[in-house]
Write a protein that binds this ligand. Structure first.
Ligand code: 26Y
Length: 819
């Protein structure tokens, strides 16, 4: 009998084969007798999509019926990567598909490689959003993600002669099978114009007469949970010309201009800003922010109104999460809608706003916080500027009552920053309105309270929370490391850890078991082999599987200190060269792997990339050194490359200057994959140490509280060894002498702001300790097992549950089925 609950689609091998062939014929429009790998991938993706759509319909209908409190996650960036493998694994039908495909003469893995990455974000913050969406779906939370559908994702990094070049990532070129365009879910978004005061039934009200209208159209991307039928939605907005606007232009007879104008609307969502730290007050970025926020708020309010006749229950039904300051115009927008359109009155509207918003900060330093010039905001969004002024006025008046006329403090806390360029401090706006503000690791949350937002913490201590980041084990073990996944399930005797990652602690009991160690080493070997093949294909460098694979992959930044790593590699090379030949047998062979993108305008970061290539060129061509040392730069590091690199790493480096990395999430992925960490006591590393013990990783360097003093002391701390390797670079040992000069200056030019000099010796000691441990495979493997076993706390499932319970006040709402 047909059970409505199960949906229409069957998952047996024959049905899946038919389904794929039907999509080859009718969706891809190729003959079912003649199609290539890419076309097979497209058909396969559409077949999976059908299943996702069915589940997402069921989920939405169920949410509608239950009307639970929902969380709306507002993020300007998402790094989703590929969707195929993740989807079929979460749907629980990977093996069935693999079987169906093999009957048709295709290999699942080969087709999965056909998919390009969805790279709608820069780095940590963006991948975190993606991990958190996976957890929200898996834990059955009634959640929506909102964002922008950039046509150009993060640039592709191409290396020519060792220099980074940026190329556009037009990721939609070959279509995107995962998204559904909702032509009927569109909202007008307004810009520019003036605000006029009008009299409405005897009451004064402000009416915004906009100068430009752009339509936002929704593109829905299904996010399936694992082990549940729940499939939530990531709704991304794209710009579309507004008919309203066009009619006027057409009526004036300027047909050509009207058509050109239509195209301009699409530019709004066309390109992602490729900076992940330094903020520049650019009009297009502000337009993007408002566009995304306005469409999302209209959509959220429309959904709420479908089930409610007034706003009394709004805070009981809606939680809005601001992922950093980027979407914080949402506060002014909610106020505008509630006051100007819904006529709730200021106080009631403010009361509601303060109950629905919560705010996550990912920045560590004040320069990472957005400030929008008042003139820019005033011209683009005149009504919002008024609203922000009003919020600030009320806030400052209230503050005066609390703290008196301490003008220094008042001006620090004000949402408006006076100065050469009068600006809006978006973080202050977000803190004033949000009921909860959180950092992304323990140390970061403490730093926020003690430094960046000390004044606010003293005023509202109860608002400040810590939500240590996490990553999803579905993507970072199950999808990317199938061999390890199978091994863990075998030894734990269950797959339950995929939903309940704390169970990984069960591995601790077997960490010294020779059988597990043997199998564990085999898994690492298989993954190293895969990575070695990739390295050879990308760079032509052959690497030895017996060497320690030492990886540092993340965005290139001075504070992340890829330069320290490279200087350490030069030192190692120098030591090998100067060693008695008879001593060389004691050297632990290394393959040093570095990867990451530099923001296009970040000159020093680009020089670090070039230095890496220059050093690699020298070392890799030195036959005298051979397999003892290799250095490779992996170009265009992205989510799918990470899926290949992380499982194959023996050691990974997370070596930011203490106090600069808010959390760091790469380390968590390496940890889960049994990779040992070499790290400073910064961000989430401090908590990793709490979980796995300081004996199971290699710590070094200045601690957070020591940094200010070391900075004052300056260059006298520069050790000889560091001075020597810098000298080699300065003397042109790796060529490009003049080009590297300014890079060397950052270290020995008297400032050494990131403390490479003072941390150098301790860095070398940690590296030596890593070598020593690696020389003892059983010991190393035990540490590796204990690393993975202690990684449970760093699952985004834990983070999301914490947000749900302590910040959003939402509960799971699970579609009743067997999965
Ligand atoms: C305003 C604009 C220039 C901007 C754009 C992107 C500012 C910041 C960002 C992204 C920041 C980011 O990715 N931060 C990282 O967030 C991770 C997740 O919380 C942290 O693990 C990581 O330490 C932090 O640098």
């Amino acid at each position: 009998m047909f059970r409505l609950m199960d949906g229409f689609l069957k998952n047996d091998s024959i049905s899946l084969q038919q389904d794929i062939l039907r999509h080859v014929e009718y969706t891809v429009a190729r003959s079912r007798f003649n199609f290539d790998d890419f076309e097979a991938y497209q058909a396969l993706a559409h077949s999976v999509r059908d299943r996702l759509i069915e589940r997402s319909h069921d989920t939405q209908l169920y949410f509608k019926r239950k009307d639970p409190k929902r969380v709306y996650f507002l993020s300007f960036e998402y790094l989703m990567g590929r969707s195929l493998s993740n989807s079929v694994i979460n749907l629980g039908i990977r093996d069935q598909y693999a079987d169906a495909l093999s009957q048709l003469g295709f290999e699942f893995e080969v087709l999965a490689e056909q998919e390009g990455d969805a790279a709608l974000g820069n780095g940590g913050l963006a991948r975190l959003s993606a991990c958190q969406m996976d957890s929200m779906a898996t834990l059955d939370y009634p959640a929506w993600g909102y964002g922008l559908r950039y046509e150009y994702g993060l640039f592709r990094q191409v290396i020519l002669d060792g220099f980074q070049h940026e190329q556009p990532d037009f990721w939609l070129n070959f279509g995107n099978p995962w998204e559904t365009e909702r032509v009927h879910v569109t909202y007008p978004v307004k810009f520019y114009g003036v605000v006029e005061e009008e009299n409405l039934n005897g009451e004064k009200c402000n009416v915004w007469i906009p100068g430009e209208v752009v339509e936002a159209v929704a593109y829905d991307n299904p996010i399936p949970g694992y082990g549940t039928r729940n499939t939530i939605t990531l709704r991304l907005w794209a710009g579309k010309p507004s008919d309203q606007h066009d009619m006027e232009a057409y009526n004036t007879g300027d047909y050509i201009n009207a058509v050109v104008c239509r195209q301009k609307a699409e530019n709004i969502s066309s390109v992602l800003y490729p900076d992940d730290r330094s903020f520049q007050g650019k009009e297009l970025r502000l337009k993007q922010q408002y566009f995304f926020v306005s469409a999302s708020i209209q959509d959220i309010i429309r959904r709420f109104k479908e089930a409610h006749s007034n706003f009394d229950e709004f805070p009981e039904k809606v939680a809005l999460q601001l992922n950093d300051t980027h979407p914080s115009l949402a506060i002014a927008e909610v106020m505008r809608v509630l006051v100007d359109k819904e006529h709730l009155g200021w106080n009631k509207a403010w009361d509601i706003a303060c109950k629905i918003f919560s705010f996550t900060i990912h920045a560590v330093i004040a320069e990472g916080l957005e400030k929008i010039p008042v003139d820019l905001l005033g011209s683009l969004l005149p009504r919002h500027l008024q609203i922000i002024y009003e919020i600030n006025f009320t806030f400052v008046e209230e503050l005066k009552k609390r703290i008196g006329l301490d003008y220094n403090r008042l001006s620090r806390m004000s949402i408006i920053e006076e100065g050469a360029v009068k600006s809006i401090r978006m973080a202050n706006l977000a803190i004033v309105c949000s009921h909860t503000v959180n950092g992304v690791s323990k140390v970061h949350s403490e730093l926020l309270k003690a430094k960046l937002f000390k004044d606010f913490y003293e005023l509202w201590p109860q608002k400040f929370q810590c939500k240590t980041n996490g990553v999803t084990q579905r993507r970072w073990i199950v999808v990317s490391n199938p061999s390890l996944c199978a091994l863990i399930s075998k030894w734990l005797g269950t797959e339950a850890w995929i939903r309940d990652v704390d169970l990984l602690t069960g591995l601790r009991a077997y960490a010294a078991d020779p059988d597990l160690q043997q199998e564990w080493m085999m898994v690492k070997k298989v993954n190293k082999m895969r990575l070695a093949e990739y390295i050879e294909a990308m760079s032509g460098v052959k690497v030895s599987l017996d060497a320690m694979f030492d990886v540092q992959t993340k965005r290139i930044h001075e504070y992340k200190r890829q330069l320290l790593n490279i200087l350490g590699i030069i030192h190692r090379y120098d030591c090998i060269k100067n060693m008695e030949k008879s001593q060389r047998s004691k050297v632990v062979p290394r393959v040093c792997i570095i990867g990451g993108k530099a923001a296009p305008g970040y000159e020093i970061a680009k020089k670090i990339i070039k230095l890496c290539h220059a050093v690699a060129e020298k070392i890799n061509n030195d036959t005298d050194v051979g397999d003892l040392l290799k250095l490779v730069f992996i170009p265009d590091y992205n989510v799918s490359v990470a899926e290949l690199v992380i499982p194959g790493a023996d050691l990974s480096q997370h070596i930011s200057t203490a106090g600069h990395e808010a959390s760091g999430t790469g380390s968590m992925k390496f940890l889960m994959n049994g990779c040992l960490l070499l790290a400073t006591e910064d961000g989430s590393t401090v908590e990793i140490v709490e979980e796995i013990g300081a004996d199971n990783l290699f710590l070094f360097g200045a601690k957070i509280h020591e940094v200010p003093k070391l900075r004052e002391e300056g260059s006298p701390k520069m050790p000889l060894q560091c001075a020597r390797v810098i000298r080699m670079v300065r003397d042109g040992y790796f060529g490009f002498k003049d080009y590297f000069e300014s890079l060397c200056d950052t270290v020995d030019g008297g400032k050494d702001f990131y403390l490479l000099g003072s941390d150098f010796e301790s860095y070398l000691e940690a590296q030596a300790a890593a070598d020593k441990a690696f020389a003892d495979p059983n010991k190393w493997t035990q540490m590796s097992i204990l690393s993975a076993a202690g990684s449970g706390r760093f699952s985004s499932d834990r983070t999301i549950r914490d947000y749900a319970e302590k910040t959003w006040g939402i509960e799971p709402c699970r579609f009743p089925s067997d999965g």
